[in-house]
Design a protein around this ligand. Sequence first.
Ligand code: TYM
Length: 333
Amino acid sequence: MEKKQIVMSGIRPTGFLHLGNYFGAMRNYVKMQEEYECYFMVADLHSLTTHPDTKTLAESVRRVLAENIACGLDPEKAALYCQSHVKETTELYLYLNMLAYKGELEKTPTFKDKVRQHPDNVNAGLLTYPVLMAADILLHRAALVPVGKDQEQHLEIARNYAQRFNKRYAEVFPEPYPFNFGHQLVKVPSLDGTGKMSKSENQNATIYLADTDELIRKKVMKAKTDGGPTEPNSEKPDYIENIFNLMKLVSEPSVIQKYEEDFNNCTIRYGDMKKQLGEDMAKFIAPIREKAEAIQNDHIYLKKVMEAGAEKARISAGKTLDEVRKAMGLIYY
Ligand code: TYM
């Protein structure tokens, strides 16, 4: 029997999940679980690098799990686990730290961003964030990592560490690549067109999977538009292109085509377009929100999911670490 390719990915429990998480990552998880050997986890250790207050952590972990399951992830098919439950992760993180150079880590754009956002808490965990992420991936010797565009550099770093380890010790790790079904990696823009949808920033311009229909409509109506084009077939300003891009995620092709035509012949009414987008987003999110709410309150079920997921993940992790220790010469009898 042909061995299935291995897939791994993770999400930090630092807030509510949103359409960016869904279209950048979770949509792929759900498709990949049918064809690949999949490991998906809640990156609780990563969240400690920026969120040292753990009062709401347990609830956030449960919400991320519930929202993943509500989106179609099947814990029977994929291993769905919590990062801190698989302690092999932190052992591999330590070994990989010896292959990680301070200068390189300091240059990572995500590190520089976080230093700007949290100048009072520039801890070593933050600096070595990409090392921990590489450990998550290499732990299962994953080849494919479904992520959004913002994680591209972290994947490049993980490939570097895989190469360095293989060169220094022995060929243990495949090189992991970011993955999106058939397309380039996705970046879901925020509604105000100033950045991307995010768990913790830009909350009024981000659509969360837990938002009510009313809130979704309200946020979408606030998206920036203008008086409309005055010349036929004009180029779209960025913020208008964003609205079209968001529409492509949730609306029917015929609807998008109508607004493209209206734009090109200068008859577009952005108020109507945003109303339609709000309805389509609400229709898309409502069933996920309702399902997630029910699952999130079922603590016994979620405990079972986490235990079963960690057990599967530890089997794969244990095999990798046996090879890692052997390759590194850490066996003394
Ligand atoms: P995180 O928690 O920020 O995001 C989870 C996933 O959602 C994607 N994403 C987006 N995609 C498109 N548009 C957006 N606006 C958007 N916002 C978020 C992210 O690319 C990601 O795929 N470092 C990771 C967590 C992690 C991880 C791993 C990922 C820890 N270990 C191992 C893969 C493999 C992170 O912070 O993702």
